[in-house]
Design a protein around this ligand. Structure first.
Ligand code: NIG
Ligand code: FE
Length: 416
């Protein structure tokens, strides 16, 4: 006997995120909408009178009266580095005084500093930190998040990070999708020996030691590389991504963030699930991504924090790209809020609120090869967010304010 888990009804709008970017109705609005949830999945979505006739709210385990409120899909935050230890708030101050991200990294700060803190932390500390971040994400409406390793840069710590990510996924309502990112930076010494390693030596270690161990461990789904100035070249990145693909890990690329180095074209060449950042991407890069079906994942919080120019989301939408927007939550971009990322996507990158909604939900899911997530449609997991506002427009409109009132994960209330 199927269980009627929940009926959300009377919503001023149900924004289903089923329309295409650039279409007349990307948000797929149903006015006076209702959603019925059976066995954790959406059984019906439509006008309240129709849905409640078939699924009476009083028969549901959870009745949610959404009068005067909007319902949207749970956010799918498709790019974060949320597993780490340590504090880099002083680097935020240094950047405000004019120090660049590249200078911090070159002087042993930035990623290197987080690597030292993460290697020194116990598993329980790392897990506790990650669970805290997931709590914040959930209260801001995120129901699925990708989390990368990459603050270990040695086999032992990279595996520990992925294990922590896997344990967090088991324990927390937010679904956590794990990515291996051993090629995040060249470590300053190898496994604490104090010996400097060359870039190519380190790439050898990622390919010959880390990747086989990650494949054996069987947790990671994706393999990401930081292909940029001060990080890895296109040739080094290609080696890592090809070796990762041989281990069954789908490629992703941090591309054209600090400078134009060819990472976007590499993402197209290797058939990556996504190319991320793209602050310096050219029209030709975008055309290559569209042609290869690679999702651009844009991270406006990072550009905001770096004081950099934003990626041209509008041009990417016009070119037909399935633009996704994510937080990039990490010690250099310390915001877990998809609402804040959505506001920046609208004000700074030219998306409409409806497009920002799709970019933060359905297209985020696409960038993670999870086409069933990030939409409200029959058969999809019932990951739903009820706002304390009458429309999805109020998310970016209320920048800096969390408008999330209630979150349902698989049809079960987990917030509100
Ligand atoms: O996506 N750019 C590389 N990686 C992260 C930053 C990581 C860090 O600074 O700790 C990013 O912005
Ligand atoms: Fe990143």
């Amino acid at each position: 006997m199927a269980d009627l888990d929940a009926v959300v009804h009377g919503a001023a709008e149900a924004a289903t995120a089923t329309g295409g970017l650039g279409s007349d109705d990307p948000a797929g609005i149903v006015e006076n909408g209702a959603i019925a949830v059976v066995d954790g999945a959406v059984a019906a979505v439509g006008p309240t009178d129709e849905v409640t006739r078939e699924y009476p709210p009083e028969n549901a385990a959870h009745e949610v009266d959404a009068s005067g409120r909007a319902v949207i899909p749970g956010y799918v935050d498709s790019h974060t580095h949320a597993c780490f230890a340590g504090d880099r708030s002083d680097e935020f101050e240094a950047k405000l005084r004019g120090t660049t991200y590249g200078e911090l990294l070159a002087n042993g700060g930035g990623i290197h500093r987080t690597v030292r803190a993460t290697r020194a932390a116990g598993d329980d500390e790392l897990l506790g930190n990650l669970l805290d971040h997931l709590d914040v994400m959930l209260t801001h409406g995120t129901t699925t998040v990708e989390v990368k390793s990459g603050y270990g840069l040695d086999t032992e710590t990279e595996l520990r990070m992925l294990d922590v990510v896997d344990r967090a996924d088991d324990r927390h309502p937010v679904d956590v999708i794990p990515t291996f990112m051993g090629a995040h930076a060249v470590p300053r010494d190898y496994e604490g020996s104090g010996d400097p390693v060359s870039d190519d030596d380190y790439v050898d270690r990622v390919v010959d030691e880390q990747l086989p161990a990650v494949a054996d461990q069987g947790i990671a789904e994706f393999c990401d590389v930081f292909c940029d100035e001060g990080a890895f070249t296109v040739d080094q990145s290609r080696r890592v991504l090809r070796a990762g693909a041989e281990c069954g890990l789908t490629p992703k690329v941090h591309a054209e963030e600090l400078a134009h180095r060819g990472g976007a074209k590499l993402a197209a060449e290797v058939g990556a699930a996504s190319a991320d950042h793209l602050l310096h991407a050219t029209d030709e890069d975008v055309a290559a991504l569209v042609e290869a079906g690679v999702a651009p994942v844009l991270l406006p919080g990072t550009a905001f924090g770096l004081g950099a120019d934003y990626a041209d989301a509008r041009a990417m939408v016009e070119a037909g790209a399935p633009v996704a927007v994510a937080t990039d939550f990490n010690p250099n971009c310390h915001s877990q809020s998809m609402g804040f990322a959505s506001a920046l996507a609208c004000v700074e990158m030219g998306l409409t609120p409806a497009e920002a909604l799709v970019a933060g939900t359905r297209n985020g899911a696409r960038a993670l090869d999870r086409p069933d997530l990030g939409v409200v449609r029959e058969g999809a997991p019932a990951d739903l967010v009820v706002l304390d506002a009458p429309s999805h427009v109020h998310v970016p409109y209320s920048y800096g304010i969390n408008r999330v009132a209630t979150v349902l994960k698989d049809g079960r209330p987990v917030v509100g």
